[in-house]
Design a protein around this ligand. Structure first.
Ligand SMILES: [Zn+2]
Length: 293
C-alpha cells in the first residue's frame, strides 16, 4: 500500500481509475489476516468519486452505488453455470468469481459507471486475496489531451502506444515505449546543448551516459534538480524495470515515469514558447525605438 493512502481511497482509485487487469492485493489494503470469505464484501462501497464526462458535469463527482445487485457485490453471472464443487476447484477454474458494480453520478443523475471485478481463482488455496477489473464502461481513457499531444510533438505516437499498453496493464511494453520517448528527447536536447552534434538518432547504450548529461544541461530550470539528473533517474528506473520486473511492477513504474515525462515535455514546450514570444517582443520594441518605418 502506498504510504499515507487510506484503504478506502486506494479502493476508490482501483475501481474508478486503475486500468483493467491490474491486480489489487486485498491484504495490502486491509492488512494481513483481515481478508477471508466472499471477496465481494471487500469491494462493498456505496460511494465512488470519479470524473463525470456528462456535459452538465465535466468534473469530479460522487457516484452512488445503484441498488438491485446485492449489497455485497456477489458474483452476478457465470457462463457456463458451474457447480459449487467446480467453483471451488481452482485448478480447473481459469477465472474467479466476477462481481458487477454499478454507480450513478449524483451531479447529473444520468451518467453511469459500471465495472466487472474478478476475484483471483487461487484465493481459496494460497491465502493471497487479489482482485482485478476485467472490464468497465465507459472504457479506460487512453486519449491524451490536445495540449499534451502538442508538447510531445513527434513522440506523440509512441506515447499513445505506451498509454494503450498501460490500459491493458502491459507494464513491460509501456516501460519500453516510454524509454524510447526519453531516448529521443535526450538526443534532441543533447544536440541543442551544442556539444552533441555528432550523436546519432538513437544512441548506443555506451553513449547514453554522455547524451543524458548533455541533455540535462539543456533542460528548463523548472524541471532541473540541483546536483541530480532527472533524465538519468527516469531512464535508469525504466531500464532496470523492463529487464527485471513483471508487468504489474513495470506498470507502476511506467505510470510514475509517464507523469514525469509529461511534465518535462510540457515545460520544454512552454519555455520555447516564452523564448519565442520574448524575441518577438524585443524585435517589435526595436522597431518602435528606431522611429517610423
Ligand atoms: Zn455527472
Amino acid at each position: 500500500m502506498t504510504e499515507g493512502v487510506q484503504p478506502h481511497e486506494r479502493l476508490n482509485a482501483f475501481i474508478a481509475d486503475d486500468p483493467i487487469y491490474k491486480w489489487l492485493d486485498l491484504q495490502d489494503l486491509w492488512g494481513e489476516g483481515n481478508v477471508s470469505g466472499n471477496l465481494g464484501s471487500y469491494l462493498s462501497t456505496d460511494k465512488l468519486y470519479r470524473r463525470c464526462e456528462h456535459p452538465r458535469c465535466k468534473t469530479g463527482r460522487p457516484f452512488n452505488r445503484m441498488p438491485g445487485e446485492g449489497m455485497y457485490g456477489t458474483a452476478f453471472h457465470q457462463e457456463p453455470g458451474l457447480s459449487s464443487e467446480q467453483m471451488h476447484d481452482a485448478a480447473w477454474l481459469a477465472a474467479g468469481p466476477v462481481h458487477s458494480l454499478t454507480f450513478l453520478c449524483t451531479g447529473c443523475n444520468s451518467s453511469v459507471f459500471q465495472c466487472w471485478i474478478e476475484a483471483h481463482p487461487q484465493n481459496r488455496h494460497t491465502g493471497r486475496q487479489r482482485v482485478r477489473k476485467i472490464g468497465q464502461v465507459p472504457p479506460y481513457e487512453i486519449s491524451p489531451s490536445e495540449d499534451l499531444l502538442d508538447a510531445l510533438g513527434d513522440d506523440a505516437d509512441l506515447y499513445k502506444k505506451a498509454l494503450a499498453c498501460l490500459s491493458q496493464s502491459y507494464g513491460v511494453a509501456a516501460c519500453a515505449y516510454l524509454r524510447r520517448i526519453l531516448e529521443n528527447l535526450t538526443v534532441r536536447l543533447a544536440k541543442e546543448s551544442g556539444e552533441g552534434g555528432e550523436l546519432g538518432t538513437v544512441p548506443e547504450e555506451r553513449d547514453m551516459e554522455t547524451t543524458i548529461r548533455l541533455a540535462n544541461e539543456a533542460l528548463p530550470d523548472s524541471v532541473k534538480i540541483p546536483g541530480r539528473n532527472p533524465l538519468s533517474i527516469v531512464y535508469g528506473r525504466l531500464s532496470v524495470s523492463l529487464h527485471r520486473k513483471d508487468d504489474q511492477e513495470c506498470a507502476e513504474i511506467a505510470e510514475k515515469a509517464k507523469r514525469q515525462l509529461e511534465l518535462i515535455f510540457t515545460r520544454i514546450r512552454d519555455e520555447r514558447r516564452q523564448r519565442r514570444q520574448r524575441r518577438e517582443y524585443e524585435d517589435v520594441m526595436k522597431e518602435l525605438e528606431s522611429g517610423p518605418s
